[in-house]
Design a protein around this ligand. Structure first.
Ligand code: SF4
Length: 488
């Protein structure tokens, strides 16, 4: 694997979590896109301010965060039993539970269920996990059209694009771009459509209403599942999700196994933490919950697909398993200086930003997304805002260590290992270290206006992205000798 200052630059990944390019390469393109940076800067600044205002209203916010963290940690410790409890309660309620080891198995199950209804179209609630497994492509291969109904997901789908944010998948698009997409891709769009938000929302509403009324199958993800009652929960802002969850005859929910919470009391904590951290609202406009099926009310067939796809491997890592606590609020993205400048596409993963940098490598295996744990300045802003107190910086460092440990097993050492071995040899001897310091002072001849802007290869890799400090005229040892006599 090629590296730049130890950061992998070769592509890696598996399935839909695969980045076609490694982060450092893809990030450069995002950094060069001034429009993208402006769209992202405006959007994240607005969401950050809203979040800060509503979080500031809650006197026991820190206690709520502690409660959320404790509930998630407890759920992970007994995940197997909670999932069996969930399965039993859903089955008692008239639903059918399916278990999927990986993306291929989940896609096979969902495709088979849709085919059994005879439907050739489905409507979808915004769902990251179905993006993770590439469900839309799998359905298309089987001749089934999947229509996204969340406004932002609809924009992404019509624009033949990829989501770039957990909560606002089309955050990289501005109003003018959305208007152009609608006019180009919606046959029923009014040619006089303006880029006013209300006009764009109305165009989407008219377009989607026809889909809802004809759909026989709805597909959703789930924000939470309550083990004690078998209740599924989806939160959203538009009401389109509720249409998907209630109008079709058949509802298929695909859920990562980490979404289970033990009790309704736990759910109460998360329903307070999530809206304030994500949309900056006091509560979600639409919170839909259902338990099995109810005769004469809503879908009469309900299937729950429980997906592993790398989650049990993450669970086996005592440090890394924190990533499974995530409630997908996106607060960490909105405060991340790296995300704000590169955008979500640079991560090459369904899960962008700080959470993507710790979750995706664990779902695929660290080597398959090895550049992502380095996509951070480790400033800690993500940890401060995370509503369930995931210590993202510590997990990033832990995953970097796992990556470095894996490289140690290679038959031939890489450039970084050779450099570290040389540094270790130099620092092991006071004489060699003093000689290296004297040699380092030669670098002063490269200084211009108090900086070294360019070093010769291989050190040029360092100055390609930053200036190097100018070595001081005298070493610490010389200063000590001058001040105190002989250093020994
Ligand atoms: S890691 Fe924390 S802040 Fe980031 S999306 Fe998940 S819950 Fe939200």
């Amino acid at each position: 694997m090629s590296t730049f200052l130890g950061i992998p630059t070769a592509p890696g990944g598996v399935g839909h979590l695969r980045g076609s390019e490694a982060f450092p390469v893809a990030a450069r393109r995002g950094l060069a896109d001034a429009q993208l940076r402006q769209n992202l800067g405006n959007a994240t600044a607005t969401i950050r301010a809203k979040r800060a205002a509503v979080v500031g209203e809650v006197p026991d916010w820190e206690a709520l965060r502690d409660a959320g963290q404790a509930a998630k940690a407890d759920a992970m410790l007994r995940l197997d039993r909670l999932l069996e409890q969930l399965e039993a309660r859903v089955t008692e309620g008239g639903g059918v539970v399916h278990w999927a080891r990986d993306a291929a198995e989940a896609n096979r199950i969902v495709t088979g269920l849709v085919q059994a209804t005879g439907a050739t179209e489905v409507v979808k609630v915004k769902s990251m996990v179905t993006d993770e497994i590439g469900l839309n492509d799998a359905l298309a291969e089987a001749g089934i059209a999947a229509h996204e109904t969340d406004l932002a997901e609809l924009i992404v789908q019509l624009g033949h694009d990829r989501p770039s944010h957990i909560l606002v998948p089309a955050i990289h698009r501005n109003r003018q771009e959305i208007r152009e997409i609608f006019l180009r891709e919606m046959p029923d769009a009014d040619p006089a459509l303006t880029d006013e938000p209300a006009a764009l929302a109305e165009a989407a509403r008219l377009h989607l209403r026809r889909r809802f009324l004809s759909a026989r199958v709805g597909i959703s993800g789930a924000n939470f599942a309550v083990a004690e009652t078998g209740t599924l929960c989806v939160v959203e802002s538009e009401g389109n999700g509720r249409m998907c969850l209630t109008l079709p005859e058949t509802l298929i929910t695909v859920m990562g196994i980490e979404k289970v919470v033990p009790t309704w009391a736990d759910l109460g904590v998360f329903l307070q933490l999530l809206p304030r951290s994500s949309t900056g609202e006091r509560m979600n406009p639409y919170t839909s919950m259902w338990t099995g099926v109810t005769p004469g009310d809503g879908p009469q067939q309900f299937h729950l697909v429980l997906l592993d796809n790398g989650r049990t491997a993450a669970l086996a890592d005592p440090t890394g398993r924190q990533a499974l606590h995530c409630i997908r609020c996106s607060a960490c993205l909105n405060v991340c200086p790296v995300y704000e400048r590169t955008g979500g596409h640079a991560y090459g993963s369904v899960y962008p930003g700080p959470i993507g940098a710790i979750l995706s490598p664990q779902l695929t295996g660290v080597e398959a997304n090895a550049s992502l744990p380095y996509a951070s300045s480790l400033c800690g802003a993500c940890y401060e805002v995370c509503p369930v107190k995931i210590d993202i910086p510590s997990v990033l460092v832990h995953l970097r260590a796992r990556h470095v440990d894996a490289l140690r097993d290679r038959p031939l050492p890489g450039a970084e290992q050779i450099a570290m071995a040389a540094a270790s040899w130099v620092m092991a001897s006071p004489g060699r270290f003093a000689a290296a310091q004297r040699m380092g002072r030669l670098g002063r001849v490269l200084a211009r206006k108090g900086r070294i802007r360019r070093l010769p290869p291989p050190l040029s890799a360092w100055t390609a992205a930053r200036d190097a400090p100018v070595p001081p005229a005298g070493t610490f040892r010389q200063w000590w000798r001058d001040e105190h006599g002989d250093a020994s």
